[in-house]
Design a binder for this molecule. Structure first.
Ligand code: DGL
Length: 267
């Protein structure tokens, strides 16, 4: 079973990508919805919350920890936690963006804390330097995107307007690639692509992460489940579960089924 953690239900976009890519794997998802948003909180608080969630998932006997949340990823540098491999979204997202860009100008969208951490620009710079390339990054915090996505206003005039406001300064820099550095942003993809136009490539962490895990399944770091696809289970837990959240979560994951969905107390 693979543990997937996000601050809310946005991480279901990552879970969906993983669950579709690895149809035999079991997943345990934990959304810390009672304490959402993480993106406006201090690095110390996010670090404390992340440790609590990683300890909880480790106690559930998962074989790997996927930190789908970009904000949490920006505060977790460990590659292992309680001897389990830890996968964050920053490096895979940065590497994918570097593979996509043609002009070396990359935009990064994220929560305030993710943008302030400079985790993406640092990772882009590191990989580009290792490859003997140059890259220019242009970052933009988009704090209003998370509540829009949590509310399900994914293709709405209000979302288009706010997307235009946030994206305009980055687009004016001539970026050809845009990192959706938050689990919630892929839900707003339609609006974002409309504002960017088709000449800008949107990179989301879910697909980038699949490639990273695929590598570790192939080199034996992760052991594959041997059961049939029909037998695999997807369980979801959240620290708060309102009826709205439950139905929106099921819609995001559709056509995948959640076999168990209930709330837990973390502390
Ligand atoms: N899940 C968070 C991320 O990917 C965004 C939501 C939040 O602010 O908690 O950065």
């Amino acid at each position: 079973m693979i543990g997937v953690f996000d601050s809310g239900i946005g991480g279901l976009t990552v879970l969906k990508a993983l669950a579709e890519h690895f149809p035999q794997e079991n997943f345990l998802y934990l959304g810390d919805t009672a304490r959402l948003p993480y993106g406006t909180k201090s690095p110390e608080t996010i670090r404390k919350y992340s440790e609590q969630v990683m300890n909880y998932l480790a106690d559930q006997q998962v074989k790997a920890l996927v930190i789908a949340c970009n904000t949490a990823s920006s505060q977790v540098i460990e590659t292992h936690w309680q001897k389990l491999p830890v996968y964050t979204v920053i490096e895979p997202g940065a590497q994918k963006a570097l593979r996509e860009t043609k002009n070396g100008r990359i935009g990064v969208l994220g929560t305030r804390t993710t943008i302030q951490s400079a985790a993406y620009p640092l990772s882009l710079e590191k990989t580009a330097t290792a490859e003997g390339r140059t890259v220019e990054t242009f970052s933009q915090a988009c704090p209003l995107f998370v509540p829009l996505a949590e509310e399900g206003l994914v293709d709405d005039p209000i979302t288009n307007l706010i997307a235009f406001r946030y994206l305009q300064p980055v687009l004016q820099q001539g970026v050809d690639t845009l990192i959706l550095g938050c689990t919630h942003y892929p839900l707003l993809k339609k609006s974002l692509q409309r504002v960017c136009g088709n000449q800008v490539t949107l990179v989301d962490s879910g697909t980038a992460l699949c490639e990273r895990l695929e590598k570790d399944f192939q080199n034996g770091v992760l052991k594959k489940e041997v059961g049939a696809e029909a037998e695999r289970k997807i369980k979801a837990l959240s620290t708060d579960l309102s009826p709205h959240m439950k139905s929106w979560a099921l819609e995001i994951l559709n056509p995948l089924q959640i076999h168990e969905f209930h709330s837990i107390d973390l502390v």
